[in-house]
Design a protein around this ligand. Sequence first.
Ligand code: NAP
Length: 300
Amino acid sequence: MTARIIDGKAFAEGLRGRIAGHVQRLQREHGITPGLAVVIVGEDPGSQVYVRNKARQTVEAGMLSEKYELPAETSEAELLDLIGRLNNSDRVHGILVQLPLPKHIDPNRVILAIAPAKDVDCFTPESVGRLSIGLPGPVSCTPLGCLMLLRDTLGRLEGLNAVILGRSNLVGKPMAQLLLRENCTITVAHSRTKNLPEMVRGADIVVAAVGRPLLVKGDWIRPGATVIDVGINRVAAPEKGEGKTRLVGDVDFEAAAKVAGAITPVPGGVGPMTIACLLANTVTTASLINGLVPPKDLTP
Ligand code: NAP
């Protein structure tokens, strides 16, 4: 058996096209241009690449992009002051503070300062609570992207057994909430879980978000299962030359693809969905802030 490869890059491109259509409709019918403010403190090169990509894709979708690049020595008070101004800005419907922040700034204090209505990363307690009880609002970007890929691959998810590896606030926990809402039966595994291979063998859906290269082996996968690999791990690639590296996921792709029904590759699977879902969340918050129902295809 050879798995169908789930093309997250192509799906994300289509999603961005649909988002651009929703943006045009919001502008035409309501005079609203969704706006996303991205704040970065310091010069972490990886974060700067992410922020640049986010800004470019925001503009390409027809939305307003505001980028705030602050020096590493910015104080917590200065950052909180900027967030306060963005909370009050009519142009801004989504606020994203790129993590990690420099050590002298408490990330929790910063996250709690973001107006929940503009919390497009779904980090604030209010957003987490709304997701948990099924109220409309932004949804954690990466799990929302995984859900969209799963629905596209499988249609209805009701009654399926889902095993989620990882329980982070960013991925594992919101993924569990979303799949529970789809009426899946959920198991959330973590670093203290016993008999992980056995547990994964019982899954119709496997979502791996642990950050451990190639942890999930081919013989852990139930034949025909759908495998979503969230992990992004950089490993040495001596075959490409000395000092070279490559990206791999948390799943042994080559082996798992021989058993699974469908599987996401790394790169080109979940990764491209995350920024697209950030844009989707900004359309959602722009709609809700203006008393409109968010587009159904951008929400869980
Ligand atoms: P994280 O905060 O480090 O959480 C990792 C989780 O995996 C924890 O719950 C940990 O358990 C669990 N874990 C670690 N080792 C394990 C093992 N051997 N067996 C079972 N569970 C284990 O990571 P994260 O932020 O969720 O990210 C996970 C991965 O996804 C990373 O590779 C990250 O780069 C990637 N990621 C990708 C995207 C994307 O856009 N594609 C977005 C976000 C993250 P404990 O709770 O017990 O410590």
